[in-house]
Design a protein around this ligand. Structure first.
Ligand SMILES: [Zn+2]
Ligand SMILES: [Zn+2]
Length: 463
């Protein structure tokens, strides 16, 4: 009972789906409780979903989520016939960042398990929840008990915010979050002290974004703690070549200027604020308007409101246009948003100024091309995270859309994850006694880099 124990219910030998149970002297904390896109993807695509009528029963039977008594919502268990009362057996979840592969399946956890998350992660998650219509797989900060009855109120989870500089305790476990650089704002690694060990948890990180210094701060804090064990992400440990956000800015900026008489369509994830800022700066420097969708606009507004120091531009900046697609009827929120902003663009305006814009609606909005009908142009593919919630990109279908409208494709992207070289520098600087590869399909490559210090785990370890 006294020993510190780590049990990996997800996130080892796979990318994402981190669900790491930390136990110390009877206290039990989950580090992340994410959705594993590869496990789920064996049975479902981006559109198909587990049957709501069976609660979480389908996901349990298929092994997409782990069978653990005392953690799941009683309403979702009752739907699959499990009505016996279960005692709560986990004290808290501590979330590293807002990406679905770390956060989404908190949705299934019982409401009396409190959740600790960074203030920005909370803002981002709530912004995503606001855009979705009761999606059982993304109800992280609030949920409606199933089956939903008329006028039913949402249950608000107990959320505790943190930021860098805070520390908090769960009995003998002390957690210190330290910010890291990654492809979404508000990401943390953790330095964790238990009765038996010091642990460093990387979360997802890199050094090559616009704020690599954040990762340096984590590395300093983790190295000072002299960790016995480091749980280290290795998504791209096999990648030697690295592009930085600065490279994406330089490359795409050059290409947009070169294509000065052409329509430009930039395909990137707006949740990656660095990338949004990259295309904003490119639009500004090239004298174009950056057209964004209403969801992106609300997200950018929320992030800017949460942390003005990030330098995120206002959505009514003169470089930004908010694209209003043709609809038979707008939702009240969308209608209000369009009414409240003067920089709203419809397809006719885009068509009349097609060489003066960078459209950056997501690839979902490729059907807008039918209305805009560009006369050829440049398509910049600037995303590639296969486990992002945008899910699987159908390359063949994208190719047909581009061909239909005469758009020529170029690729320019930098990953949210450290390359092998960056990881080696990070791990060398932290110098843990033991390294456990997580969030990777190449755990054995850690052995090549870090030798006997590496412990490739399948299920659990005791310290
Ligand atoms: Zn991840
Ligand atoms: Zn991530």
């Amino acid at each position: 009972m006294a020993k510190t124990k780590l049990t990996f219910y997800g996130g080892v030998n796979e990318i994402g789906g981190n669900k790491i149970l930390l136990e110390d002297k009877g206290t039990r904390i989950f580090l992340d409780f994410g959705k594993c896109f590869s496990k789920r993807g064996k049975f479902y695509d981006g559109l198909s979903k587990p049957r709501l009528v069976n609660g979480i029963g389908d996901l349990l039977v298929l092994g997409v989520i782990p069978e653990i008594a005392g953690i799941y919502r009683p309403d979702l268990l009752a739907l699959c016939g499990r009505t016996a009362k279960e005692e709560r057996c986990v004290d808290a979840v501590v979330l590293s960042h807002a990406h679905s592969d770390h956060a989404a399946y908190i949705s299934f956890l019982r409401e009396d398990i409190p959740v600790w998350m960074g203030r920005m992660a909370r803002t981002i998650i709530q912004s995503i929840e606001d855009e979705r219509n009761s999606d059982i797989e993304f109800e992280v900060t609030r949920f409606k008990e199933r089956p939903i009855k008329p006028r039913q109120q949402a249950v608000q989870r107990r959320i505790h915010d943190f930021r860098t500089g805070d520390s908090f305790n769960f009995d003998s476990i002390k957690i210190t979050p330290v910010h890291v650089d990654h492809s979404i704002p508000g990401c943390y690694g953790f330095v964790i002290e238990t009765s038996e060990a010091m642990i460093a948890y990387s979360g997802d990180l890199r050094s090559h974004g616009n704020r690599g210094q954040l990762t340096s701060d984590f590395v300093s804090a983790a190295s000072e703690a002299k960790p016995d064990i480091m749980l280290c992400e290795g998504t791209r440990i096999h990648e030697a070549v690295n592009h930085s956000e600065g490279d994406v800015f330089a490359t795409c900026g050059f290409l947009v200027k070169q294509a000065r008489n052409s329509f430009v369509f930039a395909d990137y994830s707006y949740k990656d604020i660095d990338r949004f800022t990259t295309f904003f700066k490119i639009a500004k420097e090239s004298g174009r308007k950056l057209l964004i969708g209403v969801r992106a606009a609300r997200y950018i507004q929320a992030v800017r409101g949460c942390d003005p120091k990030l330098g995120v531009p206002r959505v009514d900046d003169e470089t930004i246009g908010i694209y209003r697609p043709r609809e038979t009827r707008y939702s009240p929120e969308d209608a209000r948003f369009y009414d409240a902003h003067a920089n709203v663009w419809g397809c006719a305006e885009v068509k009349s100024k097609e060489t003066g814009v960078i459209t950056s609606m997501s690839s979902y909005s490729s059907d807008e091309l039918i209305d805009i009908r560009p006369s050829g142009g440049l398509y910049i593919h600037s995303t590639s995270e296969p486990f992002s919630e945008e899910g699987i990109i159908d390359e063949e279908r994208t190719r047909r859309w581009l061909e239909q409208f005469g758009l020529q494709r170029v690729n320019s992207h930098c990953s949210g994850h450290a390359s092998g070289v960056e990881l080696a520098k990070i791990v060398n600087a932290i110098n843990p006694k033991t390294i456990v590869p997580i969030h990777t399909e190449s755990p054995k490559l850690f052995r090549v880099f870090f030798g006997d210090k590496v412990r490739v785990v399948e299920d659990s370890i005791e310290l």
